[in-house]
Design a binder for this molecule. Structure first.
Ligand code: ADP
Ligand code: GN1
Ligand code: MG
Length: 362
């Protein structure tokens, strides 16, 4: 396989290559922090067995970055530091915003945003507010994107289809793992009716598709070390048409539990109400202006739905032999599924209070 050092030669960079080291905790792509004599970059090898049409993906990526850059440039307070607020894509020696290596590896590169970091687990509610406000602003910024973006993964948040994939994996039981997962499967199946609820609301014309991020894991927003602001939304691979609820739901999934997604001590997993409140208030500070009343009403439910949806996907991958998400230990995907189930249960237990709070915010 071509190394990051070799791939870096495919890009027009500032300075000479110094080093590249593996970076981040993403489950899909290979990410490197790369330094040259003048600049630090993120260099990524895209997982092309998941993203089958990476050129179209990069087309989306560039359109989104340019659109946000234009918005920022139009602001009165825009200054040189504003360049930290969007991803600056580097071009290859061939003039493309990506580089294909001699073994067909697909790479992209952008400027590393300094003095900011991502959190796998949020430490305080101010971070939840800041991250959710940044994702709300992201949706708001893209509301007037002049084109419909390419769908980089079809039916990405189509929960009933995700359930159908789980049912197929159960039937096949290709690795003989079905016996391990009976309680998880029961929990998921008992909530079957709920999985089509948002799609039914969309079909009825009550809620609307927009350009959304679709992977708003809280470690996909950079929090500024100095100001604590959500400075830059990253991981733009799945930015495409979607319901705003998919984004808010994934914030609840990843921003409210005090334990990581793969925690094995389930007593540590649960929905922290103060984090939910901060996410809701932060998100609505920017998205409140474009959501209709029914869309707003469905925000608490989206937290439960997306938590269950990702639980379904982890379980499907476990039964299928861990072919999608990167794993770092045995039963890793099963551990991840179990945290989602525990979190979904905790959301259900607090659902009335979540709804009441949501209804009280005008
Ligand atoms: P994945 O798709 O594998 O999750 P990401 O694009 O989210 O990949 O990148 C992985 C990690 O790299 C992020 O969680 C973040 O910590 C870091 N990262 C990505 N882009 C930047 C950037 N421009 N500046 C600083 N850190 C970044
Ligand atoms: C993957 O790439 P990363 O790690 O940010 C996945 C998301 C899941 C998430 C679960 C393209 O996100 O959909 O919610 O793992 N991305 C893709 O942690 O499938
Ligand atoms: Mg990521």
């Amino acid at each position: 396989m071509i190394t990051a050092a070799e791939a870096s030669k495919g890009f027009l960079l500032d300075g000479e290559f110094v080093s590249a080291e593996k970076y981040g905790t993403g489950h899909i792509n290979d990410t490197y922090k790369m330094s040259t004599t003048k600049q630090t970059y993120i260099l990524q090898r895209i997982n092309t067995s998941i993203f089958r049409e990476p050129e179209k993906l990069m087309d989306n990526f560039v359109q989104v970055c340019k659109h946000i850059e234009k918005k920022i440039a139009a602001e009165k307070c825009s200054n040189p530091a504003s360049r930290r607020r969007f991803l600056q894509v580097m071009y290859s020696v061939n003039g493309t915003p990506y580089f294909r290596d001699s073994e067909n590896g697909f790479w992209r590169c952008y400027v590393f945003v300094d003095q900011a970091r991502t959190y796998d687990v949020l430490e305080k509610s101010a971070q939840a507010y800041a991250a959710a406000a940044a994702f709300g602003a992201f949706q708001n910024d893209l509301a007037d994107l002049p084109c419909r973006l390419n769908e980089t993964i079809a039916d990405f948040h189509h929960t009933p289809k995700r359930l159908a994939a789980l049912e197929a994996a159960v039937k096949a039981d290709c690795c003989g793992r079905l016996a391990d997962v009976a309680p998880e499967l029961d929990f998921i199946m008992a909530r079957k009716e709920e999985y089509s609820l948002l799609l039914a609301e969309k079909d009825a014309g009550n809620i609307f598709e927009r350009t959304t991020h679709n992977d708003t894991k809280l470690n996909n927003v950079l929090i500024d070390d100095l100001t604590g602001e959500g400075i830059c939304v990253i991981d733009l691979d799945t930015v495409m048409p979607g319901l705003p609820h998919y984004d808010f739901g994934d914030m609840v999934r990843t921003g409210t539990s005090p334990a990581p997604e793969d925690e094995t001590d389930l007593s540590k997993v649960g929905m922290r109400f103060e984090m939910f409140e901060a996410l809701l208030r932060g998100y609505l500070s920017n998205a409140g202006s474009f959501l209709n009343a029914r869309e707003k009403e469905l925000l608490p439910f989206s937290g439960k739905l997306i938590t269950l949806e990702i639980g379904i996907r982890f379980l499907t991958d476990y039964l299928s032999g861990d072919v999608y998400f990167k794993i770092h230990r045995e039963k890793h995907n099963l551990d991840r599924c179990r945290t989602q189930i525990k979190l979904a249960q905790s959301i259900e237990d607090q659902f009335d209070a979540m709804r009441k709070l949501n209804d009280s915010i005008k």
